[in-house]
Ligand binder design. Structure first.
Ligand SMILES: [Zn+2]
Length: 268
């Protein structure tokens, strides 16, 4: 298998960049699978910003909203990567308390196997399923038909956290040495399927309740507090049990997003 490994799709997430640099510096290490690394968004990295003109991780597929630097960087990456690799790993960090996670966007056998193998080797790892198939998928990961997006946190933007660099590198090493011909019964593997987004209520007075903030993947039941204002007034959640994730993620503030949410499920 030929891997393309991208770090720095977002220029303010240096953990992934540190990992691809470490791979380049250890080129004598031989893995079962071959790989090439790519710095996702060099200009944004130089500036220490998530992006220059528009989010590179929304610049693929049919999405017409990409602009300037990211529009041209997306086409460069496409000509370097599309049709040339079997598996894409896109390395990200989050400011939310997500721990170690991988996001499955494709549900082909190779992607499923890779997520299950990582879960077997790292039991604390969480698998998020967020399917945006084919041309509908605006993410970097859509350039190759199999792959995983890695999200680890919490870490502030532009900060290198050794624990997360080492954990991400471990995931990369495991997959680079993984024998993809191995059989896997993935149907019983636990996952979180994203089903929606909660925005902060209009008016700017509401904040994510402390019971949720910093507690990604904890269940949120009907009647549990969800938002709070400075006077201590609380807005409660109404509905079926959900699991908030990317809680208070810094990059989502510009869209007024409080968190994404998922249901618990198994891969099948
Ligand atoms: Zn990112």
């Amino acid at each position: 298998m030929k891997f393309a490994i991208i770090g720095g799709t977002h220029g303010n997430e240096p953990v992934g960049i540190k990992v691809i640099e470490s791979l380049k510096n250890n080129s004598d290490h031989s893995f079962r699978n071959s790989f090439k690394t790519f710095l996702g968004n060099p200009k944004a990295y130089e500036l220490g910003k998530r992006y220059v003109n528009s989010d590179l991780n929304r610049a693929f597929g049919n999405d017409e909203s990409s602009l300037g630097n990211e529009k041209s960087r997306a086409s460069e990456l496409q000509s370097d990567i599309v049709g040339k690799y079997d598996f894409l790993l896109d390395l990200h960090t989050t400011t939310s308390s997500m721990g170690l996670t991988v996001i499955l966007t494709h549900l082909d056998e190779i992607s499923l196997k890779s997520a299950c193998y990582l879960k077997k080797m790292i039991p604390d790892l969480k698998i998020i399923v967020s399917v945006r198939a084919g041309k509908e998928c605006p993410y970097t990961i859509s350039m190759v038909s199999s792959g995983l997006t890695v999200e680890v946190g919490p870490v502030a933007n532009n900060v290198i956290k050794a624990e997360l660099v080492i954990a991400t590198r471990k995931m990369v090493d495991l997959l680079l040495d993984y024998d993809f011909s191995e059989k896997f019964d993935y149907q019983t593997t636990d996952c979180f399927k994203t089903i929606g987004i909660k925005s902060l209520p209009e008016g700017g007075e509401w904040m994510v309740h402390p019971n949720i903030d910093g507690h990604d993947f904890m269940e949120l039941k009907n009647g549990d507090p969800m938002f709070i204002n400075i006077d201590g007034e609380v807005l409660s959640y109404e509905g079926e049990t959900i699991y908030p994730l990317f809680v208070n993620e810094a990059a989502y503030q510009e869209n007024n997003t409080a968190f994404e949410f998922a249901i618990k499920s198994t891969l099948k």
